[in-house]
Design a protein around this ligand. Structure first.
Ligand SMILES: Nc1ncnc2c1ncn2[C@@H]1O[C@H](COP(=O)(O)OP(=O)(O)OP(=O)(O)O)[C@@H](O)[C@H]1O
Ligand SMILES: [Mg+2]
Length: 235
């Protein structure tokens, strides 16, 4: 009984760079089922980050449709998009994107500033989010006093505080050693089992066993696994 959460049709993102047209996405069709753990695999430059930014409402398509819960993201104005990002989406990036001068707890509480919650509620929620990533004992540490894996867990806690239905992750294990990388994948898998929809873009094949669907991207379009493996020189 699959229920489509995000329906993408004919999605294009083109850039004009010094007279050359770059087709970062070139007519992509994709369905993300509600509650799925979807993994998009693709080589560098295939359009993975572009796709994630468009789905998260951080950027706008050149053309095509993104339907989210029957709402058209590509037709929203800036205010509607900002509200969409705040309520529906949690972002996780390869480079963690934490504020170095703030503690783990302050970093996690940061997105709640814009949700109009009272200070006490923000502190309690930040603490609960840090507990959910097993970092309650590091609440007062700054990013520079945490390992890479711990920093990524802080970023995951931050992505959770506004209780988003959708978590978008761009190469979340890209800067981590293999042990920390696996613990991040397990954490994402826990979030998936708790009912959230997860969309990860990566070239890390260790993500694949966690996926409920795996999508292959080459040159801004989806291709079959066999075409992808042939292009990547795999058997
Ligand atoms: N702002 C931009 N202006 C011009 N071209 C861009 C811009 N952003 C991305 N591109 C181009 O679009 C293509 C897709 O880029 P994208 O960042 O989505 O790739 P990616 O799959 O995330 O790669 P990586 O694995 O290296 O992160 C690339 O050819 C890139 O050079
Ligand atoms: Mg990228």
């Amino acid at each position: 009984m699959e229920d489509t959460f995000i329906r993408i049709r004919g999605l294009k993102k083109h850039y004009l760079m010094g007279g050359t047209l770059v087709r970062a996405l070139d007519g992509l069709d994709l369905d993300i089922p509600r509650g799925s753990f979807s993994v998009v695999m693709g080589p560098s430059g295939s359009g993975k980050s572009t796709l994630l930014y468009l789905v998260g409402g951080l950027d706008r398509p050149t053309s095509g449709q993104i339907e989210f819960n029957d709402q058209r993201l590509d037709e929203m104005d800036e205010n509607q998009l900002a509200a969409f990002r705040r309520r529906m989406v949690g972002f996780i990036f390869q480079s963690f994107n934490l504020v170095q001068s703030m503690s783990a707890a302050e970093n996690v509480a940061f997105p709640m500033q814009f949700a109009g919650l009272p200070g006490k509620e923000r502190t309690l929620r930040a603490q609960a989010a840090l507990e959910s990533v097993h970092l309650a004992d590091r609440a007062l540490h700054r990013p520079g006093e945490l390992s890479g894996g711990q920093q990524q867990r802080v970023a995951i806690a931050r992505s959770l505080v506004n209780d988003p239905a959708l978590i978008l992750a761009d190469e979340p294990t890209g800067n981590l050693d293999s042990t920390s990388g696996i613990s991040i994948m397990q954490l994402l898998s826990e979030l998936h089992h708790a009912g959230r929809t997860i969309l990860v873009v990566t070239h890390d094949p260790r993500m694949v066993p966690f996926a409920t669907q795996c999508i292959f991207l080459l040159d801004g379009v989806t291709v079959s696994e066999s075409a992808y493996r042939a292009a990547a020189g795999l058997k």
